[in-house]
Design a protein around this ligand. Structure first.
Ligand code: ADP
Ligand code: MG
Length: 273
């Protein structure tokens, strides 16, 4: 496998878009797998009660599995919850179970309710002998307290945008929310990466969406486009990323190229500072 440059410090991404079905989970899991395949240590935090990222990474998340719910609500350390993905060396996951659905309401009355994931992750990284190079937090399709916890825990936001009708609808609301978090809760937060997904080169509409997004976000959009691909959508039912499910398929190649871009950009930023 091609090796990518590694960051000096853990890069923590929140993968967010309040719309469902735009490719958040698919992006989190496949970028994580691609980076792990290239030699990075990667942690995926599943913050969606649906547990789709846990499923796709092939980790246990039955209702009695100790999970991210216990981390956020019961102060269980992440090191007691983390599971290895069977797929690649260095690919770990904090799973989500159905209990997480209740966390949104339980959090409301808790002290420091926006900071709980951040504190847990900081402790995990500080105490880890081999801390992750990358952390991807997979968010539910809402802007509730779980997503706020993700924004407070991260420095970078990665927004997947589906090359479809209404692609940009709701985006300004998302960006406003990110600004509010930056102002009040996490001054280091920034949208670093936008990834165009489910691209179908045969449609004019897809071209138009790509052009429009590149015009609005010239610095954030990756050059790589993720094609619409059956292999990508099949992989999760085998508990796999597309990287191991079908390494040389176009979907796998595109996620590996996107991961390489993210790695190179990070090192460029690091050198600028
Ligand atoms: P979200 O997490 O934003 O709800 P998902 O990542 O679960 O979105 O994707 C929604 C659906 O689209 C899933 O069934 C997934 O397998 C499928 N999908 C995601 N990306 C692609 C793609 N590039 N090509 C084909 N299907 C895709
Ligand atoms: Mg999802």
């Amino acid at each position: 496998a091609e090796t990518f440059p590694l960051p000096d410090q853990a890069r923590v991404f929140t993968v967010a878009n309040q719309k469902g079905g735009v490719g958040k989970t698919t992006t989190a899991v496949n970028l994580a797998a691609a980076l792990a395949q290239s030699g990075a240590r990667v942690l995926v935090i599943d913050l969606d009660p649906q547990g789709n990222a846990s499923t796709a990474l092939g980790v246990e998340h039955r209702s009695d599995t100790v999970s991210v719910y216990d981390v956020i609500i019961n102060d269980v350390p992440m090191r007691d919850v983390v599971q290895r993905s069977p797929e690649f060396e260095g690919l770990d996951c904090i799973p989500a179970t159905i209990h997480l659905a209740g966390a949104e309401i339980e959090l409301v009355s808790m002290v420091a309710r926006e900071q709980r994931l951040r504190s847990a992750l900081e402790t995990y990284i500080a105490e880890s002998e081999n801390p992750p190079h990358y952390v991807f937090i997979d968010c539910p399709p809402s802007l509730g307290l779980l997503t706020i916890n993700a924004f407070v825990a991260a420095k970078e936001v990665l927004i997947p945008i589906q090359c479809e009708y209404y692609a940009l609808e709701g985006l300004s609301q998302l960006l406003n929310n990110i600004k509010l978090i930056e102002r009040h809760l996490n001054p280091e937060l920034a949208v670093s990466t936008i990834l165009l997904t489910m691209y179908d080169s045969r449609t004019n509409l897809a071209h138009q969406v790509v052009e429009e997004v590149r015009e609005h976000f010239p610095d954030e959009v990756l050059d790589t486009l993720i094609p619409r691909s059956v292999r990508i959508s099949e992989a999760p039912s085998y508990g796999q990323s597309v990287i191991s499910y079908d390494l040389n398929s176009p979907g796998s190649l595109s996620y590996r190229e996107a991961a390489a871009e993210i790695a190179r950009r990070g090192v460029r930023k690091q050198e600028e500072n």
